[in-house]
Design a protein around this ligand. Sequence first.
Ligand code: TRP
Length: 349
Amino acid sequence: MPNEGSFDASLKRSNEIRADIKVNPGNYRMLTGDRPTGRLHLGHYFGSIQNRVAMQDAGVNCMILIADYQVITDRDTTEHIQDNVYNMVMDYVAAGIDPARTPIFTHSAVPAENQLMLPFLSLVSEAELQRNPTVKSEMEASGHELTGLLLTYPVHQACDILFCKANIVPVGKDQLPHIEVTRQIARRFNKRYGKVFPEPEGILSDAIEIPGLDGRKMSKSYGNSIMLGATAEETAKLVKKSKTDSERMITFDKEGRPGVSALLTTAALCTGRTEADIAEEIGEGGSGQLKRYVTESVNEFLAPHRERRRAFEGDLDYIKDVIHEGNKAACAIAEQTLAEVREAMGMVY
Ligand code: TRP
C-alpha cells in the first residue's frame, strides 16, 4: 500500500477533481476497465459501474477497457474468455453505458496500444517493478509464480491509460500504485522526448466496500456474490442459503453479526434506505423475514437491468458490433498516439 501520507494526498486530489468534473466535464477523459475473469456482480455495480455511467452522463469523455491480456498475468488458461467478454459488454450496456458515447474495447485488439509497451518498459527499472506492492500481493493470492507479464503488467496498464491520454482513472485503493507507475512513465517520457502524455489522476470512489452475502468483500472467488445476470430464482436461492445467526431481533452490527449486516447493507443499497431503518422495520421478524425483504429488494432493483440484459443475450450480433466499433475507435486513437510517440522519439523514416 502507498503510505498514508500519499494516500491522503491522492484522496484530496481525487475529491478536488470530482468536484471539478461537475463544472468542467469536457476537460476530462476517463479510462477504466475490468479483467474478464467472470460475471459482474452487485459489488461491481455499486462499486464502479454506477459511477462510470454517471461520469458518462455528466459529459466526461469515457472509454471502457476489457483487459483480456491481464487475465493471463496469473493464470495459465484463456478458457471462457470470449464468453466472459460478451457477458461483460451485456452488463455494461444494460447498466447504462452508451457505446455510441463510450467505446468499449479489448486491449488485445488494439496493436498500437500494445506497442507502447516497448518504449514504456525502457522507462522503468527492474527494482521499481519488483517493489510494486499490488503485484506482490496478487502473486501471493494467486499462488502462481511471478511471470514476466505479471511483473510488468503495471506498465501495460500505463499503456491502457496513456494511449488515449486519459487524465482520470477511477480505481480502488489497491490500484493506486499502478497509477503512480503510470504518472512516472508519463513524466519520464515527456522529459526525455518532449511532452506527449498527461499525468493521470486516480479517482477514488466513496469508500464503500460492498459486502458479499457472508460479510466479506463481495468477490466471485468467495462464492458470496449476487450476479447482475442471475435470475430472480437464483438470487432467491442464494440469499436463502446465506449464513445469518439465531438471534431473532434484527440489528445492524457489522462486526458482531456479519451475515445479518451484509444482508441489511445489500437491501439498503438496492432500496436507498438505511440499514438501521430496515432493521427496525423487521425487528423481531428474524432472518427469514429479512431474507425475503432482501430478495425482493435485489430482484426489484435488478429487474430492469436483467430485462435489458435478456434482450442482449438474444442478440449477440449487436454485442459483437459494440466491441467491433469500440475496438475500431480505440485503434484510431492508439494509432494517432503512437504516431506522436514515433515523432517525439525521432523514429520516423
Ligand atoms: N487491473 C484492473 C483490475 O484488476 C483492470 C485494469 C486493467 C485497469 N487496465 C486498467 C483499470 C487501466 C484501470 C485502468 O481491476
